[in-house]
Every structure is written in C-alpha cells, then in structure tokens.
Design a binder for this molecule. Structure first.
Ligand code: ADP
Ligand code: MG
Length: 594
C-alpha cells in the first residue's frame, strides 16, 4: 500500500489544540457532542448538495450516525454516512483552522446566489473536531467522499505537531460513504467507552439531532428452553419413555446479544409546524423536559425570522417553585439553549430573560450562534440581545393570553405565583412598562374580594376623574378603614389598595397608566378637583390659630398642621408630606434597615 504522508499542522492548530485540551473545555464529555454535530453537519451538507447533484447519492445507504463503544479496549467509533472528505479536504479541514469546512461551505453558498437559505447550514467557526483530543491519545479518521473513489485515513496524536494521511486499503475497513472516527481513549478517560455512558451522553446533548443516532447496545430477550430433569438413572429414563409430557421441563433464560439501538428523537417538537402539534404533546414535552408533574398554564411555540432566526417553545409553569429564592436568583435552569438542535446550555444568568421573567421555562434553538458559545459570547452577542428582546415579547404575549382567558382562575393562579415577579419587572424594566402594567392586579375600595386590573379601574373611572387613586397599607382591612378614604368614598371614587410591600414601589415606577397619573391619597396635596377658595379662606380664619397651637405643642414630631378638606367624619388625619415617604414606605424602610 502507498506510504503514509506526514503533514505539519498549521501553527494555529497546534496552539488551538493546546488551548482546548488545557483550558477551553472544563467539561470533557462535550467531545461527543462536537463530533456528533460534525457528523450531523456532514449529513446536512450531503442532503443539501444532493438536491442539485443526485449522483452524490449513488451509494444506497441511509443517512444516520452510529456510535460503537468498546469498553474493554477503551475505543469509541463514530460513523456517519455524510459528505465525507477527499484527501485535500482532510488537509484543509483537519490540519488548518482558517479553512474550516463549514466556513468554506458557507462561502460557497453565498457565492452561489440561487442556493438561498438552508438555515441549518449556517454554521459558525468552532473548535469542534479537536475536542476529540480532550479524551483521546490517538484519533483516526477514515473517510470516503462521494466525489472521490478512494477512502483516506487521517491519523493524529495528542500533543503532536504533525499528522499522517494514508489511503485505506484494508477491505474490512472500507465504507460506502461518509466518515468513521475512531478514538483511542487516554488511560484515565476509558470510562467514556461504556455503551451506557455513550447512550446517556447522546440523550443529554444530542437528543434532538435531526438524523437518527444509533448506539451499539447489549440487549436481551427471554426464551423458554427445555431442560433435562436432574439425574439420568435407568429408572427415570424408563419413566420418561412411558410418559414424555410429564418429564419434559422448561426454564426461562435470557439470551444476550448486541444490536444497534436508536438513541435520539429525530424530530424535536419545536421543529414541527405548530399547527400540527397537539396540546397534549406540548404538555408531555414540558413534563419530560423539565421534570414537572403538573401541566403548564400556557405555552407559546414560535419561529422568528429576519435579522436573527430561532425557534422556541416557552411555557408558564403552574406553580412557582417553593422557596422565595428564585426571584432573586435568576439561575433557574429554566431555558434550554440549543444550537442547530444540539444542546448547549441551561446555565444562564439573565442573558436570555431578565431575572423577573426567570420563571418562564422553555427551549430556544438558534442556527446563528456558534456551538462553542460561552458565557462571554452570550453576554456580548448582538444576536443574543435580539433574541432576548423577542423572547421577552413572546413571554408577555403568553401571559397576556392567560389574563384574557375565559377561565378567570388561570390568571388568578398565575398572579398568585408570579405576581411578585411582574411587580419587580415594573421596577427593573422601564422599557416594558407598557406590557407590564395591564398585567398587574390589585384589590380596591370597590373590589375587596376580587383582584382587578388597571383596565378595569380605568373603565370604572368617573367622567371627570383624572387620576388613579391608591393607598398603600399592610392589609385590605386597614386600607379600607383609613380616614384618607372618607372623602373619596363619599364621591364614589375607587381607590386601589396596595397591600403587598412591593406594590407601592412598582406603582411609583410606572408613574402613570393610559396617561392617568397614580396618586397616593395619603399625600398632603391630594386634589379631588373640588377646591373652594372662598370656603378655604373662611376655614383658615376660623381654625388658623388652633393649627398654630397644635404645631407648637407637637413641635418636631410633625412638619406642619393644616386645615384639611378631605375628611368627612374623622376629626384629623396624619398625612405624609408631598415629597416625603408614605407611611407604608417608612414602614418598609424601617423593616429593611433592621
Ligand atoms: P466546524 O464543524 O465548526 O467546521 P470542526 O473543527 O468541528 O469545525 O470541523 C472542522 C471541519 O472538518 C468541518 O468543517 C468539516 O469540514 C470537517 N469535518 C469534521 N468532521 C467531519 C465529518 N464527520 N464528515 C465530514 N467532514 C467533517
Ligand atoms: Mg464542528
């Protein structure tokens, strides 16, 4: 056979390999994800190119990926029936970085104007292949391109500066098309070559790759076998001849054998047409993916197009997890990010959703992000910023949907669990005030039992009423007994009861709703539009002196003593200054500083 040819890696590759092995991935097991994703890319390319070049499919083999693990020898092989590589491609793709095959392919796509948009091919430069050396001493790539009539073998070792290429001559190793990677694992990493471990990794990282992934698994089936009765002395033999039925005994045994087992689901639910997915299917997917036993309150399945393309299914859970930590800690693992159907991460810290929406669960699958996307990339990426904006918008639509549901209980349930989150949103996310405000719910002087929204409040406003009135208090009972209410009650003006400590801060952040200002009825300058100058003058003359006297007696305990026009039956009321804190806020601040 022709001798092996030796090539030097491009300097960048050597550096990159060092980097990968020593620092890039703290998580070695991702090597399998990277190699499967390459196999999947290779199948994608073949499928795409064969549309215009059917000759590429002259070998009638299925599009699939097969992984075999030999635990005794610490060897893993990954075989695909994709586009393969020619000798030159081996040099270009596995010996240099600048010419990543995917990058080249993309360029070719761009050059070819009528090729137009197979999104799955928009790969990004990644370090994928070299991650094989995270766990391997030696990697052998045997590959056959349908463009070449020869099969070539690339062979490289960890920490080496060169690799070799030979022609495959062993007839046992010939493949009809595609690529077989053989990994000879490092001594400490041989544990990866366990069929069960491989199966687990595939399920975890590559469950939704769109080609079937088979793994080589040991299986068993039970069968009944006839067994002789113990003892074979003459007497028994005689008996047996007389009555065969009685003497033949059977036993159940397990036959062991090895076979390929389909290990992934080839069509992830989010790639399907939303019109064809049933509610049950979404619910099942939700429960399985997030280990939930209750159905979600709502779901939203969508694709976005244009500047950034991604698919997503979002869910609103039926319950907030117990423990109040989650509102403070956005690392909920609630969003699973996929890049081209390959699982990337669920470890986010506000990159895809602001923390007040971190209760939303879901999957996001992007074709525009690199596979090796890191926290830093996520934080700085423009693509991610756009994605985040769209995801947030969709989440609001979904919540609005619950609020408009005929089933009022649904939103009550939502509000009970996640109302606090939305109020936090009013404080933290100015940009989305318009979306947040209609979702808020409060008790009011005219609705002490049932929560109302701001829209309902506005509809109930008196024709000449300009503002939205509220009073912050620690309970509905104390709110409705406050003397501040008297004048408003007389005029039949509705007042919102803000009984959750965060309510008041949220409302103050909103400032207004539908051009109506929020007005605290406990503040000194409350104007109910009924000022009567004449009468005020009279009152001042009559009671001015007593006010001065009271102020003198109370000294610094109060800022001022004034004649009020807002009481009807109480003799006096303690109010907070126009620019001061409300009594409720004071209570809050006190509670926090303790
Ligand atoms: P990327 O996948 O981002 O291009 P990789 O380092 O993972 O980067 O792979 C480098 C290149 O090697 C790929 O672009 C592809 O051209 C080639 N390659 C790797 N694995 C395969 C495979 N299984 N079949 C065909 N080509 C492959
Ligand atoms: Mg890759």
């Amino acid at each position: 056979s022709p001798p092996a040819e030796r090539y030097e890696y491009q300097a960048e590759v050597s550096r990159l390999m060092d980097l990968i092995v020593n620092s890039l991935y703290s998580n070695k097991e991702v090597f399998l994800r990277e190699l499967i994703s390459n196999a999947s890319d290779a199948l994608d390319k073949l499928r795409f190119l064969s549309v215009t070049e059917p000759g590429l499919l002259k070998e009638a083999v299925d599009f699939d990926i097969r992984i075999q693990a030999d635990k005794d020898n610490g060897i893993i092989s990954i075989t695909d029936t994709g586009i393969g590589m020619t000798r030159q491609e081996l040099v270009d793709c596995l010996g240099t970085i600048a010419q990543s095959g995917t990058a080249k392919f993309l360029k070719a796509l761009k050059d070819n104007k009528d090729a137009g948009g197979d999104n799955n091919l928009i790969g990004q430069f990644g370090v994928g292949f070299y991650s094989a050396f995270l766990v391997s001493d030696r990697v052998v790539v045997s590959t056959k391109s349908p463009k070449s009539d020869k099969q070539y073998v690339w062979e490289g070792e960890a920490n080496a500066s060169s690799y070799t290429i030979t022609e495959e001559t062993d007839p046992e190793k010939l493949i009809p098309r595609g690529t077989r990677l053989t990994l000879y694992l490092k001594r400490d990493d041989k544990g990866f070559a366990h069929p069960e471990r491989i199966q687990k990794l595939v399920k975890n990282y590559s469950q939704f790759v769109s080609f079937p992934i088979y793994t080589w698994q040991e299986k068993g089936y039970t069968k009944e076998v006839e067994v002789d009765e113990e003892g074979t002395d003459e007497a028994k033999k005689d008996n047996q001849d007389e009555n065969t039925e009685k003497k033949k005994k059977t036993k159940t045994v397990v036959e062991r054998y090895w076979d390929w087992e389909l290990t992934n689901e080839t069509q992830p639910i989010w790639l399907r047409n939303p019109k064809e997915v049933t509610k049950d299917e979404y619910n099942e997917f939700y429960k399985k993916t997030f280990d939930e036993y209750l159905e979600p309150l709502a779901s939203s399945h969508f694709t976005t197009e244009g500047e950034v393309e991604f698919r997503s299914i979002l869910f609103v859970p039926a319950f907030a997890p117990s423990g109040k930590d989650d509102i403070i800690n956005p690392k909920t693992k609630n969003i699973r990010l996929f890049v081209k159907r390959v699982f990337i991460s669920d470890d986010f810290d506000g990159e895809l959703f602001p923390r007040y929406l971190s209760f939303v669960k879901g999957v996001v699958d992007s074709n525009d992000l690199p596979l090796n996307v890191s926290r830093e990339i996520l934080q700085e990426s423009r693509i991610v910023r756009i994605m985040r904006k769209r995801l947030v918008r969709k989440a609001f639509d979904m919540i609005l949907g619950i609020s408009m549901s005929e089933n009022r209980e649904d939103y009550e349930k939502f509000w009970e669990n996640f109302g606090k989150h939305l109020k936090l949103g009013c404080i933290e996310d100015r940009e989305n005030h318009k979306r947040l405000a209609p979702l808020l719910r409060f008790f009011s002087s005219q609705s002490e039992e049932e929560l109302i929204g701001l829209d309902e409040y506005v509809e109930n406003m008196k024709p000449d009423q300009k503002d939205i009135y509220y009073i912050a208090s620690d309970s509905v009972t104390s709110a409705k007994n406050t003397p501040f209410l008297e004048k408003l009650a007389e005029k039949d003006l509705e007042v919102l009861f803000l009984v959750d400590p965060i309510d008041e801060v949220a409302i103050q952040n909103l400032k207004s709703y539908k051009e109506k200002n929020f007005v605290d009825i406990s503040k000194e300058d409350l104007d109910l539009g009924d000022k009567n100058e004449e009468r005020q003058k009279e009152m001042k003359q009559e009671f001015g002196q007593i006010c001065d006297w009271i102020k003198k007696r109370l000294g610094d305990k109060v800022a001022s003593v004034q004649i009020s026009n807002r009481l009807s039956s109480s003799p006096c009321v303690l109010v907070s200054g126009k620019f001061g804190w409300s009594a409720n806020m004071e209570r809050l601040m006190k509670a926090q500083s303790m």
